[in-house]
Each structure stands twice: as C-alpha cells, then as structure tokens.
Design a protein. Structure first.
Length: 306
C-alpha cells in the first residue's frame, strides 16, 4: 500500500437545507493512484468533487490534500490540481493553441509556447494545434479539456465523467490518455465515471459511495476477487462432470448450464479444491475461467445498501 496520501477526507458532510447530499464520507487517495470514484446517480459524487475543488463549502468534516488542510491552504493546494468538471468550454473560433494560451493567462499561469505544445502532444492534439476548436470532434474537445487541466503541470488530476457522451473510439482515446498520464507522467488521478468497464480497465483503487456514504474502498482487483466468483470449468466429459458436481459438496453452487462448461458460483479459495476433486474423479479439466465484472460488484454493493 502506498504511504503518501494525496487526498484524505474525514467525516465529510454537505447539507442543502433538509437534504443531506454527502453524509459523513471518508476517503483516502494515495500517490500514484488512478482512483475510481463510483456511485449511483444522486449518490453525492459531484457534490464531493465540488467540495474537493473548493467550489462549495462543506457543512462538516475535513479535507486534506497534499497533507494540508484545504480550509487553510486553499490557494496553494488548488495550484497543484487540474480538473475537468462537466463539459469543458472553449472559444470555438480560436485555435486550440490560442485557447490554452488565453486560459493560462486568465488563470494566472505564465504558459510558454513550448509548454502548450507539450500538453497538446500529451493529449495527441499537437498536429491540430492551429485548427479552430469549432472543427474538433466532441472527443477532441474532451482531450483539449484535459490539456487545459494539465497546462500548469499539476500532481493531482480530477476528472468528472471525462468520457460522458463519447463514442467507443473517443472513450478509448481518453482511457489511453489516463493510463499514459499515470504511467508516463506519474500523475495521481481521481476519476468519477459511470462507465464501469472503463473504470475496471484503468483504476488501481476505487471507492463506491451510496446515499452520500462510503460503502467500500480498496484496491480494485482485491475487491473484485472478494465474495463469490462466477466460474466456468471446461471439461472433456461434460455429463459425467455435471453428475460428479451434483454429488459433491459444491452441488448448491451450480449455476444454469450452457451445455458446454460447468458453471459454479463459489469463493476463490474453492476453485483449486474443485479442480483437484474433478481430477481425482477421473475427469479431465482443460480450462477454468472466473469472471466478476466491476458492474456485477457495483450492483451487488449498491443494491445491498438501498
């Protein structure tokens, strides 16, 4: 487990009159994380992000970023954060280069031409630097938004639904960019998204929140491997294997069959024992594949907390 906390949230609460949007939320993001921030609509994700960015004030609780209190070190902290919240806006009749130059001046950052071209290359838009933004596709505008967030070389990047509205090609471009920012540029990324398969591909750690509270937090693969997995066992003699399992301690774990492999819902530690059991019974096992998607896990967690 990394030792450096980039974001530390304790007992964070936000009330709007009688409505509690965020309720005693706790969260930890570590240096180098691609941190997936997940939850159903209305769970409090956007409200939490706005509090992290100091756009709204918490009702209670604390936020520490880079080891400092956001309440008392707001300016220093925000200088080292880049963010996209909702859809990025640009001057459509100006070029991408000119947009970044102007936006840098507005934000008080002294941006060199070299730095502008560096970030445009990072988001794979350097060849379109002199094209007017009105000629850009929606996916290109999203990547330009990420370039805007990178212009001052922040250590922490916060992306709120960066693939919203993109086609599959655009989603892949943003996914590859996120991986590159983490791997090649050593950025810590806080990623809120409802496209769960994409989060599963890129995130190293995640939290799922529901009704404003943290339901679960941890390493993505460890969480997905907890609980029961859906396992397909490929065997040479399907009927014999099926009958063998029906007469075994795992009889109750049988799932509906596809007539090709044996499907079981079991814990990870059972898989080796089942394989050994079948082999001892003279059944040749040629494949074992376990599947549990983030979407399955997400639904299990959130529906169990309704």
């Amino acid at each position: 487990m990394p030792s450096d906390k980039i974001i530390e949230i304790k007992s964070l609460t936000k009330k709007f009159n009688d409505f509690t949007a965020v309720d005693n939320l706790n969260l930890n993001v570590y240096k180098g994380d691609i941190f997936g921030f997940l939850g159903p609509n209305g769970a409090g994700k956007s409200t939490t992000i706005r509090m992290i960015l100091s756009l709204i004030t918490p009702t209670d609780g604390s936020i520490r970023i880079f080891g400092q209190s956001l309440a008392s070190h707001r300016k220093e902290i925000l200088r080292n954060i880049g963010a996209i919240v909702e859809k990025p806006d640009f001057y459509l009749y100006l070029t991408a280069f000119k947009n970044l130059e102007l936006l840098g001046r507005i934000s008080g950052v002294d941006v060199s031409k070299r730095r502008i071209m560096e970030v445009l290359e990072m988001v794979n838009l350097h060849e379109r630097a002199t094209s007017k933004v009105k000629t850009y596709s929606y996916g290109m505008k999203q990547r330009l938004g990420i370039a805007q967030a990178l212009i001052h070389n922040p250590d922490l990047i916060i992306l709120d639904e960066p693939t919203n509205g993109l086609d599959p090609s655009g989603v892949k471009e943003v996914r590859d960019l996120i991986l590159s920012l983490s791997r090649d540029h050593k950025k810590t990324i806080f990623l809120s998204s409802h496209i769960l398969p994409e989060v599963e591909i890129v995130a190293t750690r995640m939290a799922i929140i529901n009704k404003g509270r943290t339901v679960v937090e941890g390493e993505v693969q460890s969480l997905l491997n907890s609980g029961k997995l859906l396992v397909k066992i490929g065997v040479e003699n399907y009927q014999l294997a099926l009958e063998t399992i029906r007469n075994s301690p795992w009889n109750t774990a049988l799932e509906p069959s596809d007539g090709v492999g044996i499907w079981l819902s079991v814990h990870q530690e059972d898989i080796t024992q089942i394989n050994q059991y079948l082999v001892e019974k003279g059944i040749a096992v040629y494949s074992i594949a376990s599947t549990r998607s983030l979407e399955d896990y997400f639904l299990t967690i959130t529906q169990g907390n309704e």
